[in-house]
Ligand binder design. Structure first.
Ligand SMILES: *[C@@H]1O[C@H](CO)[C@@H](O)[C@H](O)[C@H]1NC(C)=O
Ligand SMILES: *[C@@H]1O[C@H](CO)[C@@H](O)[C@H](O)[C@H]1NC(C)=O
Ligand SMILES: *[C@@H]1O[C@H](CO)[C@@H](O)[C@H](O)[C@H]1NC(C)=O
Ligand SMILES: *[C@@H]1O[C@H](CO)[C@@H](O)[C@H](O)[C@H]1NC(C)=O
Ligand SMILES: [Fe+2]
Length: 409
């Protein structure tokens, strides 16, 4: 119950600044939905918050590459569908940007995690897969990008609420990481909840982001939910020059540019938090990042591990998982969602499978809110609402988490 009281507090924070909301421990004074219904509250936009967010530059030590050769960097943990499994992800090798880039061979470096309940020995081993992705622009003057090797490894057979140590990398080339640790989530059940879940949207990589992440880290959450708009790499030209304004940046090119190294910077900056606290991400409009061949969302889909297969989704854009007695459903607002779309059918199946005696709380998250009075995004997601709202109501979704409505710099 504590958790849920806290969760309401979180929503009110989101409404105020849309930067970060953290479930706080002192929940006694915070009413729950059971005390309601309450009159809706509108918080006027504080214009003093607008417009002075400054990106971390590539010279900042927190975004520089600190490893050699094929040693792992940008290490993160994310959840599978239940407490007994997580994904470990990392990057090896250097990205390239410019002309005539030559993608690395993803199979050149193994994807291995050693893990266990004590630091030494790490008794278990798991093998995963690796990939590289490209961000290509078939236009004169724009630079192409190819990533380092991205590794994803799924650990299974974990115990609930348990601390695990791990190292990742390729032992055959002496490229293993230091030892990191994470804690698994509690089992599902009506009295079993994570203590704190941090919810953040529209994160970026500004000096304000560093404040947000410090605040979040100090509060020691069990899980981080990132409801889209991750790095804002699409506010950059491919030559690395940033811009404050998405709409006015690219008047000439037929495709919006991005500067993919911002993703690597973000992964490096975030490692200290998300190598120990699992993060679950769902895509926002800033992840669209269109490129040659009508490809979209390639960095998003490549860099994060999602429990898509485990939750019987065929897509990185929507999936579900349990965190203790909560079933989370992450939905895609920028891909097909109408009643004949695969996403909608998956959502119907997923909702039908939810066992409310094991996960009494049902939480749905996606990027753009269906209800907002913010002028710049007014009714932007109305089509999605029309298609899906009835279905979510019919299964009694308790809470919806969104981002997007923020001053986008
Ligand atoms: C980038 O890749 C595209 C698609 O393959 C190609 O048309 C373009 O010439 C490349 N640009 C550079 C600068 O290498
Ligand atoms: C964001 O950071 C800038 C300094 O870069 C600071 O002036 C501003 O107050 C911060 N904004 C918020 C909302 O904390
Ligand atoms: C990048 O391109 C823009 C637009 O052409 C130009 O104004 C800027 O000076 C360039 N920056 C660099 C670092 O070359
Ligand atoms: C659903 O969307 C698809 C593609 O976006 C479209 O072709 C189809 O007609 C739509 N179906 C309905 C029932 O609206
Ligand atoms: Fe957004």
């Amino acid at each position: 119950m504590m958790f849920w009281l806290s969760f309401l507090f979180l929503l009110s924070i989101i409404a105020i600044n849309d930067v970060v909301a953290l479930v706080v421990a002192d929940a006694k004074r915070i009413p729950s939905t059971l005390d309601g219904p309450f009159d809706p509250v509108t918080v006027p936009y504080d214009v003093s918050l607008r417009g002075n967010a400054v990106d971390l530059p590539d010279t900042d030590p927190r975004v520089r590459r600190r490893v050699k050769g094929f040693e792992p960097e940008q290490i993160s943990v994310s959840l599978s569908v239940s407490y007994d499994s997580v994904w470990i992800s990392w990057v090896t090798g250097e990205f390239q940007i410019g002309n005539n880039i030559k993608p690395l061979n993803p199979n050149a470096v193994a994807s291995l995690v050693r893990y266990g309940r004590s630091r030494f020995p790490l008794t278990h081993e798991a093998i995963g897969y690796s990939l590289v992705y490209n961000q290509l622009y078939p236009f004169e003057g724009l630079k192409n990008y190819t990533s380092g090797i991205i590794h994803h490894v799924r650990l299974t057979g974990l115990k609930p609420s348990t601390l695990y140590y791990y190292r990742c990398g390729d032992p055959s080339i002496s490229a293993m990481s230091d030892i990191y640790h994470f804690r698994t989530l509690p089992t599902s059940g009506p009295r079993s909840y994570p203590k704190r879940i941090a919810v953040v949207g529209d994160l970026g990589l500004t000096y304000n982001t560093t404040d947000t992440i410090s605040h979040l880290t100090r509060n020691n959450p069990d899980l981080v939910i990132l409801v889209g708009d991750v790095t804002y790499a699409n506010l950059y030209l491919t030559n690395g020059t940033g811009s404050d304004c998405y709409d006015c940046s690219f008047p000439d090119t037929p495709i919006h540019e991005t500067y993919q190294p911002r993703w690597d910077y973000w992964g490096r900056f975030m490692q200290s938090l998300i190598s120990k606290t699992p993060i679950m991400v769902v895509e926002g409009n800033h992840e669209i990042e269109e490129q040659a061949g009508n490809q979209r969302f390639v960095a998003y889909s490549s860099r994060f591990a999602f429990p898509s297969k485990e939750s019987e989704s065929s897509s990185t854009f929507y999936y579900s998982f349990n965190a203790g007695g909560i079933h989370f459903i992450m939905l895609g607002a920028y891909i097909a969602y109408n009643k004949s779309a695969e996403q909608y059918k998956w959502l119907e199946r997923d909702l039908a499978k939810v066992d409310r005696s094991m996960t009494p709380w049902l939480v749905a998250a996606w990027h753009p809110p269906w209800y907002s009075s913010y002028k710049a995004h007014y009714k932007e997601a109305e089509c999605m609402r029309v298609e899906m709202e009835e279905l979510l109501y019919s299964y009694g979704v308790d809470i919806v988490l969104n981002g997007h409505v923020s001053d986008e710099n």
